[in-house]
Write a protein that binds this ligand. Structure first.
Ligand code: ZN
Length: 429
């Protein structure tokens, strides 16, 4: 059999399994793995694990014990399935997170029913990323059903907590060696970045909490106190007047999508000031002695974390010298540097070539505005050859009436299957 013929047969098999791909996506959506708190993780992990074990995979479960949110009620259950080829060779790993964000408001249907309408599967997680995970599973199963004699190994993992930082999921597994050589060589994460795009990395993130301090006094005599909320108002004013214009000047060579994210950004995530932990709308006649603000700073590969931090510290220190009674604290909440794999690396080349073959148009390389589990694979697993590629439409992630297009899932499954075979054969170089 010629290689081209083999590919066409594989593609026909995948297309012939469209109904099964839809059913699998629906089954996954119907397990409401909402995070937080991390519901139904074990049911979902075991659902995938049982299916793959029945097809000859060696299935391992690892609980992210002691990681944020892990408890006996909400265990962080991860599933890793592996099947060996007939000869030694590289390993291609497909990693999907099984957690979804809360349904939220605005749905016109049951978010956990998995309704099929007009060639789309609807539901929380359809796009981000149960549709992608289902496509990867069908891709790998189809390779096995075709009886392709491949070297190396294929792996599929279903991991938890991506939506809350991935500590109990990919980060935990990476620390245990599941995302390092020699066990794994190439990783594809079917996150929703659109069926014709290869996502080679993401911007960095730096979350911090700023607190301004003051002194309590009677609200009728504010001059006797020191108002922490007014101090925070000045911090906000400096961010608005100085920092945001400066950030918009910082442009990146990273191909970030959407275009608006091709610069440095800051989001004022939340602000809490005033007295009383359980504010219920009833004011208390007091001058507040504390105000806290969380900022969510996304940065570029051309910047570094010290610079990002210093920009904020400079604003705070300047206020300290110019504004009487100004005192502050700064607490770093979370930080991950930007990451970008080699755009000419094996996995990028293999996936790009198949996108062009399957869709008849060239692949676009993109970088994600927000982070995903690639950071843990690169930083903890020291594995660079990792990308995100999946069928979902990026803009639909986390939205009400989220869906995945069935034709996109079938095409993504073809791309993933054919690219995996290229990589197993040592290609894509
Ligand atoms: Zn996701």
């Amino acid at each position: 059999m010629k290689p081209g013929e083999g590919r066409e047969r594989l593609f026909r098999r995948i297309a012939g399994r469209t109904d099964e791909l839809v059913a699998l996506t629906q089954d996954l959506i119907r397990i409401p793995t909402v995070n937080p708190p991390g519901d139904a993780y074990t049911s979902c992990a075991e659902f995938i694990g049982d299916r793959l074990a029945g097809r000859g995979f060696q299935v391992t479960y690892r609980r992210g014990e002691g990681t944020p949110g892990d408890s006996d009620r909400y265990p962080r259950t991860n599933m890793i399935a592996r099947i060996e080829g007939k000869r030694p060779g590289p390993c291609v790993h497909f990693n999907g997170h099984i957690d979804v964000v809360a349904a939220g408001r605005g749905w016109t249907m049951d978010p956990f029913a998995g309704a099929v309408r007009d060639g789309k599967v609807y539901g929380r997680g359809a796009c981000d990323m149960k549709g992608g995970l289902a496509a990867a599973i069908i891709a790998v199963e189809s390779i096995l059903e075709e009886g392709v004699d491949f070297p190396g190994a294929l792996e599929i993992s279903g991991t938890v907590d991506e939506e809350s930082g991935g500590f109990g999921g990919v980060a935990f597994l990476a620390k245990e060696g599941f995302f390092s050589r020699p066990r794994v060589d190439h990783v594809i994460i079917p996150e929703p970045l659109n069926v014709d795009r290869v996502c080679i990395g993401h911007r960095g993130v730096w979350w911090a909490e700023i607190e301004t301090h003051g002194r309590v006094a009677h609200g009728s005599m504010p001059f006797l106190g020191n108002c922490a909320v007014r101090h925070m108002g000045c911090v906000l004013e400096r961010i608005e007047a100085q920092l945001i214009p400066r950030l918009s000047q910082k442009r990146t060579a990273m191909p970030v999508v959407p275009e608006g994210a091709r610069q440095s950004t800051i989001n004022i995530n939340s602000i809490h000031g005033g007295l009383g932990e359980d504010y219920d709308g009833m004011p208390s006649p007091l001058v507040p002695d504390s105000c806290r603000m969380v900022i969510d700073r996304r940065y570029l590969i051309e910047e570094d974390e010290r610079e990002v931090r210093r920009e904020i510290v400079d604003i705070l220190e300047a206020l300290k010298t110019t504004r009487p009674g100004f005192a502050y604290g700064l607490r770093e909440v979370l930080a991950f540097p930007p990451t970008m794999t080699d755009p000419n690396g094996p996995v990028v080349r293999a996936i790009s070539a198949e996108i062009e073959r399957v869709l008849g148009r060239p692949a676009t390389q993109v970088v994600s505005p927000g982070t995903y589990d690639q950071k843990h694979i690169v930083r903890i697993g020291h594995l660079e050859d990792c990308i995100a590629y999946g069928p979902g439409i990026l803009d639909l992630a986390h939205q009400p009436d989220e869906y995945v297009v069935i034709e996109d899932m079938v095409n993504a499954a073809k791309v993933m299957a054919a690219a995996a075979l290229t990589l197993l054969a040592g290609g894509g170089r």
